[in-house]
Design a protein around this ligand. Sequence first.
Ligand code: A2H
Length: 300
Amino acid sequence: EGVGPQEYVLIKMEILTLPPALQQVDSTSSLPSCSSSCSCSSLLLVLLPPSPLPLTRTQLEGKKVVLLAATLRPETMYGQTNCWVLPHEKDAIVGERAARNMAFQGLTPEVTRQQRVERARDVLLAVRRGQGSDESARKRPGGTPAQLCPIYTLPMLTISMKKGTGVVTSVPSDAPDDYQALMDLKNKPALREKYGVKDEWVLPFDLIPIIEIPYKRDDAPEGAEPELTDLAAKVACEEYKVASQNDKEKLVLAKAKTYKLGFYEGKMTIGDFKGMPVQEAKNRVKAQMLEENNAYSYAE
Ligand code: A2H
């Protein structure tokens, strides 16, 4: 796809309630801990491997376990409502690619190059069909522990296992994929049932306005002023009549518009960088999250 390496921020999300699959496992491989430069001593939960899970209960005892979500827009973490994983186990194996990349970038403790390669295999861990049962939490950027806000891990059907970690943070106010996937779950009880998603994991979570954007519909009369919106993803999904998260072509249009306007013309309406253009806030939030050990910098 792109020309150079893509710079992601990996958002750490601590798992508050270990899913049953993780509580029952018993085997001998080791779990990597957070990088040596970080003092949190969390165990890294990178993605969703096929069984058997390479974890033991003793390894997990007394440890924090974190999911890592790859994002290009760290400043949108103020608007995170949930996180996404692929519900199909068979697709999860490809996550090995991310594990390897991370080991090579020193995100897991390593000694020699050879050990890094071996280690990459160990980074494959985690939540089998992890949605829902693993309630995750994160700190808001610049947040105090008081602002720790619990979110749920939910199924998204369109996640690619060929980029990032396979865990995606959900910001339905500003990402059309996230908006539509959340609306699908909210509006379709049968979909929730199919994936074992409880009503209370979805229904109470509303969009959080975080960025103000001048938005002009394609069919607006010539010379008309753009209208300000702080829910650009919703407005775009409505403009292009996106019907579901699988409505690929329409989502492409909605995303092109939302991302371009959001990044180049958006202004933060919340948080430590309120009033700042998104382009600037992005780097400030990233620096803050790295400083607070709430994120990693990651390239692929
Ligand atoms: B972004 P690129 Cl608010 N499968 O984060 C599908 N989508 C994935 C993914 C995967 N394996 N890994 C990451 N992503 C999403 C936030 C966001 C993002 C906002 C606005 C724009 C935006 C909230 N979701 O991305 O194809 C993540 O969504 C604009 C492209 O690697 C990640 O950043 O370029 C983005 O796609 C990475 O996309």
